[in-house]
Ligand binder design. Structure first.
Ligand code: UT7
Length: 318
C-alpha cells in the first residue's frame, strides 16, 4: 500500500513586504537580499491572522481542488514552529474548524523540516493501514518571532501555509522518506521564546549564525540526496523535479548542482515568499502542481533542512 497525493493547497496572506520596503526598516538593500538569498518579497499575516487561520485557507483550497469531503479525513498532522497556543495543538484547533471529530490530530515541531517529518509519519500510518486519508499541513507565522531590527534575519523569514491530502492506494505514491536530527547544533538556529526562565513576551526573536547554517545545510542536503537515491536504487537522472525547502536560492542551486539537474527542473518560489519554514515545501509543491509543471507519474524529490538541526527528504511518484 502506498500514500498517494490526491490534493494540494496553499495560502499566502495578502500583505506583501518587498525588499525595497525593508530598506526603510533596516540597513539593507534590494541588491544584497536578492544576490545573497534570491528573495524579492515576502507575505505577512494580518494582525488578527494566526497560523491556524492561514492553514485553514490552504486546507480548504486543497479540499476544493479534488472535491474531497473533510469528513473522510482520518488523520491530521500539522507541522509548525509557530503554533497558535502552547496547547491545544494547532492540529486540534484546525480539526474543530473543519468540523471533524474523533480522528487523531497532532502537531509536529521540526522547524523547516516539519513538513517532511509530518509526511514521514503520515506515510507510515497509511502503509500500516492505521489511516486511509491523511491531511498533512505545514504553516507558519514566523513574522511574530522576528526581530525587525536584525537585518541578518528579518529579511529572510515570513508567513504562509501549504497542505496535502494523502490517500491509501495500491498505485505508487510516496516511495521513501528519510528524516534525521542532530541536537548538538541547536544554538546555531534558535529562538529565545520559552515558557521557562524569563518572561520575554514581546521580545521573542529568531537568532541564527547564518553562515554556519548555510555550510551545514549545503553539505547535509547533498548527503540526503545520495541517501534517498541509494535507498530507491535510482540514478540522479530518474528525478523529474526537485522540490526543495525555500530558504536561500544559493542553497537550492547547490543541491540542484549535486543532482546535475538543470534549474528548469527545480521548483523555486523563494523569491515570492521568503523562508516560510514548515510551509515552504508544500507551498512550492502546490505552486508547481497548479501551474501544470508537475504532472501525474513524475518523480519528485522533496528535501528540507532546518533548526535542530533537522533534515529530511521524500521521494514521491506523483
Ligand atoms: O531554513 C533553515 C535554514 N536556514 C538557512 O538555510 C539559512 C542559511 N543561511 C543563509 O541563507 C545565509 O547565510 C544568509 C542569507 C543568512 C547570509 O548570507 P551570507 O552570504 O552567509 O552572509 P554573511 O552572514 O556572511 O554576512 C556577510 C555580510 C556581513 O557584513 P560584513 O561582516 O562582511 O561587513 C553582514 O553583516 O553581509 C552583512 N549582512 C547584510 N548586509 C545587508 C547581513 N545581513 C545583511 C542584510 N543586508 N540584510
Amino acid at each position: 500500500m502506498y500514500s498517494r497525493i490526491v490534493a494540494t493547497g496553499s495560502y499566502l496572506p495578502d500583505k506583501i513586504l518587498t525588499n525595497k520596503d525593508l530598506e526603510s526598516i533596516v540597513d539593507t538593500t534590494d541588491q544584497w537580499i536578492t544576490e545573497r538569498t534570491g528573495i524579492k518579497q515576502r507575505h505577512l499575516a494580518a494582525d488578527n491572522q494566526s497560523t491556524c487561520d492561514l492553514a485553514e485557507q490552504a486546507v480548504r483550497n486543497a479540499f476544493e481542488s479534488a472535491d474531497i469531503d473533510p469528513q473522510s479525513i482520518d488523520l491530521i498532522i500539522f507541522a509548525t514552529t509557530t503554533p497558535d497556543r502552547v496547547f491545544p495543538s494547532t492540529a486540534c484547533l484546525l480539526q474543530q474548524r473543519l468540523d471533524i471529530h474523533g480522528c487523531p490530530a497532532f502537531d509536529i515541531q521540526a522547524v523547516c523540516t516539519g513538513f517532511i517529518y509530518a509526511l514521514d509519519i503520515a506515510d507510515k500510518y497509511i502503509k500500516t493501514g492505521a489511516a486511509k486519508r491523511a491531511l498533512v499541513i505545514g504553516a507558519e507565522t514566523l513574522s511574530r518571532i522576528i526581530d525587525w531590527s536584525d537585518r541578518s534575519t528579518c529579511v529572510l523569514f515570513a508567513d504562509g501555509a501549504g497542505a496535502v491530502i494523502l490517500e491509501a492506494n495500491e498505485e505508487q505514491g510516496i516511495l521513501s522518506t528519510h528524516i534525521h536530527a542532530d541536537g548538538s547544533f541547536s544554538d546555531l538556529l534558535t529562538t529565545n521564546a520559552s515558557i521557562t526562565g524569563v518572561n520575554n513576551i514581546g521580545k521573542v526573536h529568531i537568532g541564527m549564525k547564518g553562515n554556519e547554517v548555510f555550510k551545514k545545510a549545503v553539505n547535509t542536503l547533498g548527503a540526503i540526496v545520495d541517501e534517498t537515491l541509494e535507498a530507491n536504487n535510482m540514478q540522479k537522472s530518474d528525478i523529474d523535479w526537485l522540490v526543495p525547502h525555500q530558504a536561500n536560492i544559493r542553497i537550492i542551486n547547490a543541491t540542484a548542482k549535486k543532482l546535475k539537474m538543470p534549474i528548469e527542473q527545480v521548483v523555486i518560489t523563494v523569491q515570492n515568499h521568503g523562508n516560510t519554514s514548515a510551509a515552504s515545501v508544500p507551498l512550492a509543491l502546490d505552486t508547481a502542481i497548479r501551474d501544470g509543471r508537475i504532472k501525474r507519474g513524475e518523480t519528485l524529490l522533496l528535501e528540507a533542512f532546518g533548526g535542530g538541526f533537522t533534515w529530511g527528504s521524500a521521494l514521491i511518484k506523483y
